[in-house]
Design a protein around this ligand. Structure first.
Ligand SMILES: *Cc1c(COP(=O)(O)O)cnc(C)c1O
Length: 363
C-alpha cells in the first residue's frame, strides 16, 4: 500500500512556458517576476531558480522574502513592492542589491538621512510609487514632483528613479478606470524615468500599459487574474494539488457524513476519504458539491472538511481503490473554477496552503 498525502506538483516547464507567453505579449518590456508569498504557494526557491535567467528583477513584499532569495543564491535585482518598513533596513538593502519602492514621507526622510556604508559604492535604487486611483499606497499626483526632486537630492539614492503604480480594476475589461489610471500615471511621470503599472491584468487586457517594465504575478503561475479561464489562453497551470484516497466505505441511504452530520446520503453510495483538510490549507468552508478529480471524472466534496481529511461521494458504481490519486485543482480541474464555485480567489486558495503540504517538482 502506498498513499501520497496532500502534495503540490509543480511543473518547471509550465512555468518557463508561461514566462515565454508573457514576454510575447509584452515584447518591449522588462520583467519584474512577482514571487511574494512563497511564489504564490509554489515554493519561492524553486520558482526563482527556474526563471532567474529569463527575468530582469524579482518582486517581493517583505525584506525577509528578499533575503531568502539572496540566501538561495539569486543574484538578479529584487524589488520591495511596498518599500522598506524600518530605517534600519536600509544598509541591508544597499549591501544586498535590493531595490525599494517609496510611497510615503517616512521612507523619503529615512533615505535623506541615510549614508551608504563607506565600503559601498552602489546606491539604493528607488521606485517612486504614485497613487493613480487605487488609493492604497502611493504619493498623490500633486506630490510627485516634490518627492522626485527630494529623491534626486539623496546622496545614497541611485540617480535613475523609476516610477510605479498599480491598477485597481485591470481585470475588468469593460471598465475604463484602467485607462484613466494609465493617463494619470503617464502625465505625472512626464518621461522622467522608467515606468511600471501593469501586473497580470494589465499585461493581458491593457497592452498600452506595458511600458518599460511589467510585473507578472498570477499569470506566471498559469492562472487567470479573474476567474475567466478563456482569457488566459495558452498559459498552463504550474501547480496541481493532489492527495489520495485513504478509505472507501459503503454508505446506506439516509446516513450523515462527517462533523455535524452536515450532509446526508440521498441514496446508497460509496464515500471516499481523501487525505487533505483545512490543516493543509484546503478551506474548511469550501461549499458542499465542490468538485475533485479522480480516475478521469469529477466527484463532489460532501460534508464538512476536517483538519486532515475530507469526504467525497464516489457514487454506488465506484471502482476506485485506496491509494488512488485525487486532484483538488490544477491540470484537470482549473483552480479558477474552484475559486468561482467557492467564492475564494485563486490567489487566496494557493497562498492558504500550509507548510504541511508536500512538494513534488516535475519536468
Ligand atoms: C502582487 C503584486 C503584483 C502581481 O499581481 P498579479 O495580479 O498576481 O499579477 C504586481 N505588483 C504589485 C505592486 C503587487 O503587489
Amino acid at each position: 500500500m502506498h498513499v501520497t498525502p496532500a502534495t503540490t506538483r509543480i511543473s518547471s516547464s509550465a512555468l518557463k512556458h508561461n514566462l515565454q507567453c508573457i514576454k510575447q505579449k509584452a515584447p518591449q518590456s522588462k520583467v519584474i517576476a512577482v514571487v511574494k508569498a512563497n511564489a504564490y504557494g509554489h515554493g519561492v526557491e524553486f520558482v526563482s531558480s527556474v526563471i532567474e535567467e529569463d527575468v530582469d528583477c524579482f518582486g517581493v513584499a517583505r525584506l525577509a522574502e528578499a533575503l531568502k532569495l539572496r540566501s538561495h543564491g539569486i543574484t538578479k535585482p529584487i524589488l520591495l513592492l511596498e518599500g522598506f518598513f524600518d530605517e534600519k533596513d536600509l544598509p541591508i538593502l544597499a549591501v544586498n542589491n535590493i531595490q525599494t519602492v517609496v510611497h510615503n514621507h517616512e521612507q523619503l526622510h529615512a533615505l535623506e538621512r541615510f549614508s551608504l556604508p563607506c565600503d559601498l559604492s552602489s546606491k539604493v535604487k528607488v521606485w517612486l510609487k504614485i497613487d493613480t486611483g487605487m488609493h492604497r499606497l502611493g504619493v498623490s499626483l500633486e506630490q510627485v514632483d516634490e518627492f522626485y526632486t527630494a529623491l534626486k537630492g539623496c546622496k545614497s539614492v541611485d540617480k535613475d528613479i523609476g516610477f510605479v503604480s498599480h491598477f485597481s480594476r485591470a481585470d475588468e475589461v469593460q471598465v475604463n478606470y484602467s485607462q484613466i489610471q494609465l493617463e494619470r500615471f503617464l502625465k505625472a511621470v512626464k518621461g522622467r524615468g522608467e515606468r511600471s503599472i501593469a501586473a497580470s491584468g494589465g499585461i493581458l487586457f491593457w497592452p498600452n500599459s506595458h511600458l518599460e517594465w511589467i510585473r507578472p504575478g498570477i499569470i506566471m503561475y498559469g492562472i487567470s487574474p479573474n476567474n475567466d479561464t478563456t482569457c488566459r489562453q495558452d498559459l498552463t497551470p504550474v501547480m496541481t494539488l493532489i492527495s489520495s484516497l485513504i478509505a472507501i466505505r459503503d454508505l446506506p441511504k439516509g446516513e450523515p457524513v462527517g462533523y455535524g452530520g452536515a450532509w446526508v446520503s440521498e441514496k446508497a453510495t460509496k464515500i471516499g476519504i481523501v487525505a487533505i483538510g483545512y490543516g493543509d490549507g484546503y478551506p474548511r468552508d469550501m461549499p458542499q458539491g465542490t468538485p475533485v478529480f479522480i480516475n478521469g471524472r469529477r466527484v463532489p466534496v460532501v460534508g464538512r472538511v476536517s483538519m486532515d481529511m475530507l469526504a467525497v461521494d464516489l457514487g454506488v458504481d465506484s471502482q476506485d481503490s485506496v491509494g488512488d490519486e485525487v486532484e483538488l485543482w490544477g491540470k484537470h480541474l482549473p483552480i479558477e473554477e474552484i475559486a468561482e464555485k467557492s467564492g475564494f480567489l485563486s490567489y487566496e486558495l494557493m497562498t492558504k496552503l500550509t507548510p504541511r503540504v508536500l512538494t513534488e517538482y516535475v519536468d
